[in-house]
Design a protein around this ligand. Structure first.
Ligand SMILES: NC(=O)c1ccc[n+]([C@@H]2O[C@H](COP(=O)([O-])OP(=O)(O)OC[C@H]3O[C@@H](n4cnc5c(N)ncnc54)[C@H](OP(=O)(O)O)[C@@H]3O)[C@@H](O)[C@H]2O)c1
Length: 251
């Protein structure tokens, strides 16, 4: 077990990539805080499924874009599970429209959840990690943070921000024994992009631009990358973006 007795917070843990990370972390021995905002029952179902498989998990409702809720989350997790060893900032939203159609609210929500939320989470856990001189922070970014996609302007901008959040935070706190890294998933079949999965042209295009010929990566493959960055095996990895994209960016 690579994460035995570690306390891990995984935001957006109720479905998709975050759920897979929660389940895999629990299998690796971690005590997992499954965090989401809008559908608390889904988060509770993931925590229950983990417990039924013999793992340790508890569900928490928290909107990561709200500072008071994030601070409350860290306090509750510390009380229930112990000091936080691992933070996975995975919660994200994506709104696809032509640029003229975005409302100010579309922009604000995307930046608040995808970028500010990760800053708020880091700000809440880093002082505690500094005291213990150890910690792992993993932000789930995207290939859309380095490669432009049409009809995804706020999303691309938010993920570009996550790349620099990762590097700037790492530059500041690596000396305290805290590893800050990101993962950039390629196209992964989850509820986030169901509308794109339903578009055969998009699926064909993604497969044709991917050296493996696959249109989609599995959520379990993302979870494997997260285990690596959360484990002692990544002790010398700082400020890195681990691209898990089936070679899409290489093309
Ligand atoms: N799927 C892909 O192809 C892909 C590719 C690149 C990057 N990513 C990134 O990977 C991450 C996970 O994506 P996914 O595809 O697994 O998405 P997903 O299936 O839509 O899951 C998103 C998760 O975030 C939670 N969430 C949304 N807003 C939140 C908020 N304000 N506070 C707390 N939790 C919130 C959702 O729960 P509630 O709605 O119940 O709150 C849900 O658990 C995202 O950051 C995404 O940008 C995904």
């Amino acid at each position: 077990m690579k994460l035995k007795d570690k306390v891990a917070i995984v935001t957006g843990g109720s479905q998709g990539i975050g759920e897979a990370i929660c389940r895999r972390f629990a299998k690796e021995g971690a005590k997992v805080a499954v965090v989401n905002a809008r559908s608390p029952k889904r988060g509770q179902a993931v925590a229950k499924a983990i417990a039924e498989e013999g793992g340790a998990a508890k569900a928490y409702r928290c909107d990561v874009s709200r500072k008071a809720q994030v601070q409350g989350l860290i306090t509750k997790v510390r009380r229930d599970l112990g000091p936080v060893d691992i933070l996975v900032g995975n919660a994200g939203v994506m709104i696809n429209k032509p640029m003229e159609a975005y409302s100010e609210r579309d922009w604000d929500v995307t930046i608040a959840v995808n970028l500010k939320g990760n800053f708020l989470l880091a700000q809440a856990v880093v002082p505690l990690m500094k005291k213990r001189k150890s910690g792992k922070i993993i932000f789930i970014s995207s290939i859309a943070g380095t490669h432009a996609f049409p009809n995804a302007l706020p999303y691309c901008a938010s993920k570009g921000g996550v790349h620099m959040l990762t590097r700037a935070l790492s530059a500041e706190i690596a000396k305290f024994g805290i590893n800050v890294n990101s993962i950039s998933p390629g196209n992964t079949a989850t509820p986030l992009n169901q509308h794109l999965q339903d578009n055969p042209e998009f699926v064909k295009l993604m497969a044709s631009y991917t050296p493996t010929g696959r249109a989609y990566i599995s959520v379990e493959e993302m979870a494997g990358a997260a285990v690596f960055l959360a484990s002692g095996d990544a002790s010398a990895v700082h400020g890195h973006d681990l691209v898990v994209d089936d070679g899409w960016c290489a093309m």
